[in-house]
Design a protein around this ligand. Structure first.
Ligand SMILES: [Fe+2]
Ligand SMILES: [Fe+2]
Length: 193
């Protein structure tokens, strides 16, 4: 039986996609092998998405538990969610259009890994759209307060947690596929420096 490798079904990359990761394990990154400029910048972007994604979830819980006032919450939340949603879409577009084709061509044995990551992007794209919509409902309820706020914040929190869960899986697997390849071939030779 073929294993289900879709975003919410898998618990990491399958063994056949870990072929370079075995040679360049995570703990050796930056310690035994220097990560170049492109790789470092890209990892920083991933960390920013992790931090911001979980920050949005945490702040929503704070609001629901009454530890944050609605006006202050909106002032914090609106620019951050807009930034998060648009930057993440842009990040995926660059990967799909520029990086994945370069990496897949450099190592044909990992090509199906890039197809997998590309499929993740579609799943995440739909989650982002759902997230934007539930955020709008949530912000509408923020002004009305009461039940509307309760329902809106519950719906948004559910949505944001699902998005974060998928995103964290995706980011980790993407790094496990790409960083070893970059370390093995070098950014300059790959043409991504
Ligand atoms: Fe990605
Ligand atoms: Fe990425």
């Amino acid at each position: 039986m073929t294993p289900d490798l879709t975003l919410f079904a898998r618990a990491g990359l399958p063994d056949d996609l870990k072929l370079l990761l075995a040679r360049y394990p995570r703990e050796s990154w930056g310690r035994d092998h220097t990560i170049g400029q492109m790789g470092s910048f890209w990892l920083q972007r991933h960390d920013m998405f992790r931090e911001l994604g979980s920050g949005l979830v945490t702040a929503t819980h704070e609001l629901r538990e009454g530890r944050m006032e609605a006006g202050a919450f909106a002032g914090w939340f609106v620019p951050r969610i807009n930034f998060f949603l648009s930057q993440l879409e842009g990040h995926h577009q660059i990967e799909d259009q520029h990086y994945f084709p370069v990496f897949a061509a450099a190592e044909s044995r990992l090509k199906h890994g890039f197809d997998l990551l590309d499929e993740d992007h579609h799943v995440i794209h739909d989650l982002l759209a759902a997230n934007a919509q539930s955020a709008r409902g949530f912000l509408g309820g923020l002004q009305s307060g009461g039940d509307a706020l309760k329902r809106g914040s519950e719906d948004y929190a559910r949505n944001a947690e699902q998005l974060l869960k998928g995103l964290l899986r995706h980011l980790e697997d993407e790094e496990d596929l790409i960083i070893p390849l970059i370390l093995d071939r070098g950014e300059e030779a790959l043409g991504v420096s």
